[in-house]
Each structure stands twice: as structure tokens, then as C-alpha cells.
Design a binder for this molecule. Structure first.
Ligand code: ADP
Ligand code: MG
Length: 339
């Protein structure tokens, strides 16, 4: 199977969904609902009944490269964010410098309210930095339409659409797929959606409605929707936070397989330190609000990683170290009263 909508780099350059333009102009204020809806549009813009540690079948072809990929997927240079003005101003993120190489799997961990989601919003262009600069895909973030995939704790499927239709949404919106989609070539896209659904163990569920699926299955479908339009970058904000531990672990394995197969750059915000250690190639720990990165370490465990690995002494030691950093950051907040 080929990806549809192939086009020359010049035709494709600048294509993709410019959510900043149509939905949430880069704004200092972006309430959670707007952010969540924006995410859906951004992907319109989002994976998951698998068996534990499912052996994932390779998709027929890897992502098609439509532009040369810059070495740095995203870069924050002394970027800070303050929401609001005057007495009601909230300093959400201290001046932060962060370079994210293309294809990296970066996890952001830290106390609640320290600015993790703010970093994702900066990278997505939903929020602009109050100072400093944010460069994504080699250009200033608001300067160019970005092809991003996003998934959050709440899968927010559209209830009147089937799973297949929900997963297809980004293809209806995001170029270069949109043009093909509207030329009634959706048959080929159906194969693509079914291949991805099968990859996350949802074969046979394409025609079901969201209410017919469990939370874990919906989150798998959500991940499919985040990836269907072949985004270079995947922004995941506590995507498995609402799931039970066993379902969560199944989804870690699926996400790892997908990342190994497609190598998008992933920014994962999570409170679960095992999740960060299992999935990430690098973990940044943030201080309490206004957040800054207080620890930046690479995670060298061999891939593919297994759940059993998370009980080995080296992994437990990493977990313990991260935990201590966060406990210290939380108690520093308690003494300064900054939250
Ligand atoms: P987290 O690390 O929990 O993801 P966030 O990045 O969502 O934290 O938020 C960082 C801080 O900024 C929090 O104190 C939050 O209340 C505040 N904040 C986030 N968005 C806004 C907004 N639109 N207006 C005002 N304050 C905000
Ligand atoms: Mg958050």
C-alpha cells in the first residue's frame, strides 16, 4: 500500500493544518477546553483492544518523507511564559532552553502546575513565549503550519462518527491528504486507517461507535488519530493518565512499537515515572512553578523494552532518583509558597 496524496516537496511545503490560524490564534490565554478542542482539530488532529505486549505488525510502508527533516525538531531558547497581566499575572514557565533532536522521545516530568503542558502548547504554537524564542521544524513556531499529532488524557472522539471516521478526521483536514480525500479517494485511506487500527489491536472495531469501546480501546483509537496523517511530531499530555495500570502498560508497548516503526519526535508529559523510564530516550525533570528544567538525562535501556525491565535494579534506581528530584521540587514549592 502506498500513502495517498503524495506530492512534490514544493507542492507540499507549507501544507499541513495551521490550527494557530483557524482555531486558536497564538494566544496568551488558552483555556483547557479550547486546548483540548484545538488538539482534536490540530490532529483533527490522535491509538489503541490489544493484547499485552502485542507483536505489532509493521505498516506496509514507512512514513513518506515530504520535506528534509531538520536535525532539531524543536528548540526553546530562553523561552518563558507568563499568563495574564498585572496582579493576576501567572508566571507559568521560567526562561527555558531545550533542544529536542529529530526523532527523540522526550518525557517531561515534574510537580503539578510546573509548566509541562505549557511547553507542549509552546511547541504546538497554541501559546507564544512571553520572552525568548521557540523554533519548530527549523522556523519560528507561528510562522509555519505544523503537522502535529496530539493526544490527551481524554480521547474526545466525536460520538456521532464511527472509529474509522474519527481516525480519518485528520486526513479530511490536513494537506496533502485533504485534496485526495475530497476527490473521493477515501477507499485507499480506509486501508491506511485499518492497517493502523490493526497495529494497535483494534482490528474489527472500525465500524463501532466510541460508546461501544472501553477507555483503553478509545485511547488506542486516539493514538491512531494522532498518527494517521504521519506527523513528524507527537505531543502527548498524560495520555494514559485515566487508565488502569495494566491497560496503561499495554499501551506503553504499543506506543513504543509505533515510535520504533515511525520515529516521530515525541514529547510526552506524564506523572508516571515508570512510564517515562519505559518509553523515553530522554527525561527532563522540572522544578515547581514557574517551571524550569532541573535535570536532563538520557535513558539508555535497550529497546524494545519490556515491562519486566521496569523491575530491574537499574530501572528502579532511575525511578527513585527521579522521584527524589520531584519530591525536592515539591517541598521547595511548599517553602516558597509559589503555588
Ligand atoms: P502542568 O505542569 O501541570 O502541565 P501547566 O503548564 O498546565 O502545568 O500550567 C502551569 C501554570 O500556569 C499553572 O499554575 C496553571 O494554573 C497556569 N496556567 C496555565 N494556563 C493558564 C492560562 N491560560 N491562564 C492563566 N494561568 C494558566
Ligand atoms: Mg498539564
Amino acid at each position: 500500500m502506498r500513502w495517498h496524496g503524495a506530492a512534490s516537496p514544493s507542492r507540499v511545503r507549507g501544507a499541513g493544518l495551521c490550527l494557530q490560524g483557524i482555531f486558536a490564534g497564538p494566544s496568551q490565554r488558552c483555556p483547557a477546553t479550547e486546548y483540548n478542542m484545538a488538539s482534536q482539530l490540530h490532529a483533527l488532529l490522535g491509538m489503541s483492544q490489544a493484547k499485552p505486549n502485542l507483536a505489532v505488525v509493521a505498516l506496509p510502508e514507512p512514513y513518506q518523507e515530504i520535506e528534509p527533516r531538520p536535525l532539531l525538531a524543536a528548540e526553546l531558547s530562553q523561552a518563558s511564559v507568563t499568563f495574564g497581566l498585572g496582579e493576576s499575572a501567572v508566571a507559568a514557565l521560567s526562561e527555558t532552553t531545550l533542544r529536542i533532536p529529530d526523532g527523540e522521545f522526550l518525557a517531561l516530568v515534574g510537580p503539578s502546575g510546573c509548566g509541562k503542558s505549557t511547553i507542549l502548547r509552546l511547541v504546538s504554537g497554541l501559546v507564544q513565549p512571553s520572552s525568548g524564542a521557540v523554533i519548530v521544524g527549523g522556523r519560528e513556531v507561528a510562522a509555519k503550519a505544523l503537522r502535529l499529532g496530539m493526544a490527551f488524557q481524554n480521547p474526545t472522539m466525536l460520538p456521532w462518527l464511527t472509529i474509522e471516521q474519527n481516525v480519518m478526521l485528520p486526513l479530511k483536514i490536513v494537506q496533502p491528504f485533504r485534496a485526495q480525500f475530497h476527490k473521493e479517494k477515501r477507499g485507499g485511506f480506509r486501508d491506511k486507517v485499518h492497517a493502523l487500527l490493526a497495529q494497535v489491536g483494534l482490528q474489527g472495531f472500525a465500524g463501532k461507535y466510541p460508546w461501544q469501546l472501553s477507555g483503553g480501546m478509545l485511547q488506542r483509537a486516539n493514538l491512531c488519530r494522532a498518527l494517521i496523517h504521519e506527523p513528524r511530531m507527537l505531543l502527548l499530555d498524560e495520555p494514559f493518565g485515566a487508565l488502569d495500570q495494566f491497560t496503561r502498560e499495554e499501551l506503553w508497548a504499543i506506543l513504543q512499537e509505533l515510535w520504533l516503526a515511525h520515529r516521530p519526535t515525541v514529547l510526552l508529559v506524564t506523572h508516571d515515572l515508570r512510564e517515562a523510564g519505559f518509553l523515553a530516550s530522554r527525561i527532563c525533570v522540572m522544578s515547581a512553578r514557574p517551571g524550569r528544567i532541573i535535570d536532563d538525562s538520557s535513558v539508555e535501556f535497550a529497546r524494545p523494552r519490556s515491562i519486566a525491565m521496569t523491575f530491574e535494579p537499574e530501572f528502579v534506581a532511575l525511578n527513585q532518583r527521579l522521584r527524589e528530584l520531584i519530591v525536592d521540587a515539591r517541598s521547595a514549592r511548599a517553602t516558597t509558597g509559589s503555588a
